[in-house]
Design a protein around this ligand. Structure first.
Ligand code: COA
Length: 143
């Protein structure tokens, strides 16, 4: 593994973050994953952790924790495809769990049942399957 840093998001990271989310199929500004939303989640007590390659300044990964006051939710956990399979996700999960421990808050996530890599990772770090819940959403609230 190369030298990396994990730190809190700053506004100038935004384009890197959007590019990484596109590459890893995690989100799009059109889905509400835009700068305004990111800043709002941080204001509400959330965190967007970014992991950078110190040498090349390439964004290696992101972990977005939102806080609804009751629990933390882990979103958009992703590693740049060029860096996948090399262990970079582990320190990023560890930093994310450190925040949950510091805040003494439960942490919850959604993952597609076919996403074996992510499920393997989350289970390794203590996430337990919640049961046969389905997930619902209204995307077009004003339609
Ligand atoms: C899921 C993801 C973050 C894993 O990151 P990664 O850097 O490739 O993973 P690492 O090399 O750090 O491996 C960490 C653990 O992930 C799991 N994992 C990673 N690749 C795996 C594979 N090919 N098969 C099974 N498990 C795998 C393992 O548990 C592994 O631990 P181990 O090496 O001790 O067995 C990465 O594949 C990714 O960004 N995927 C696209 C975005 C995504 O789906 N995110 C999750 C949204 S819920």
């Amino acid at each position: 593994m190369k030298n990396y840093i994990v730190r809190n998001f700053i506004e100038s990271d935004y384009q890197d973050v959007i590019d990484l989310w596109k590459q890893t199929d995690l989100g799009k500004p059109e889905r509400g994953d835009n700068l305004e939303t990111i800043l709002k989640t941080i204001k509400f007590g959330g965190f967007l952790l970014v992991m950078y390659d110190v040498e090349t300044s390439v964004l290696i990964g992101t972990s977005w924790l939102t806080n609804d006051g009751r629990r933390l939710y882990l979103h958009h956990f992703g590693i740049d495809p060029a860096y996948q399979g090399k262990g970079y996700s582990k320190p990023l999960v560890e930093e994310s769990l450190k925040i949950a421990k510091q805040k003494k808050m439960q942490i919850k996530l959604e993952v597609h049942r076919n996403n074996k890599n992510a499920i393997g990772l989350y289970k390794k770090y203590g996430f337990g399957y919640l049961g046969d819940y389905d997930v619902y959403i209204i995307r077009e609230i004003n339609a």
